[in-house]
Design a protein. Sequence first.
Length: 200
Amino acid sequence: MAYKQHFIEWFSGKQLPSYWSTTVGGASIIMNDVVDGGLKLYTTSTGTNSNFTMNFNNKRQYSHTGSVCQFTINADVQQASTTNWFLQVGLGHTVGNTGHWLSAKSAQSYFRLQTSQSESATYSADTTVANSPAWVSAKIENKSGSCELSLNGVLSATNDSGLQTSTGMQPNVYGNRGTSGSAGSNPLVCLLRYMEVYNT
């Protein structure tokens, strides 16, 4: 499979471009609802497993052994009033299953690197960057024998296990509130301003 695409998304305009595929289960996706533009994904339902996903509709043009995904994110996730929430942003073969992601989840105060071959995942140790609501620049680099996560320009985590072996990756976002709770005052929120993906 030849990998040649270089993709940049600024999340500008009034609606999400059609090459993105989205699903919302008790959630909403809004363009230009962020200061200086951008994309806002957030849960609106109090139901169990309220969630949002976003990907390339399974067009997997990025190499699992040689690619980079960079994005600017504000993950307002610690406010989610639930005991089983998670957020994954990065590159994956299948949303929520096989991929390499910036990970935030309940009972986890700091971002981690998640590498997954299935529902069973490998998590790095905590980085030093809290998953509190603040803008963070993230970079995930897939190599032949490892995956690296850099935050705000600093190498923050490396995994060499749980690496994806399925050919082809796509950018994706997956947020799930897990158990039920108050979504009106404490939604799971993911704000994105920029994403760039390319093969190395």
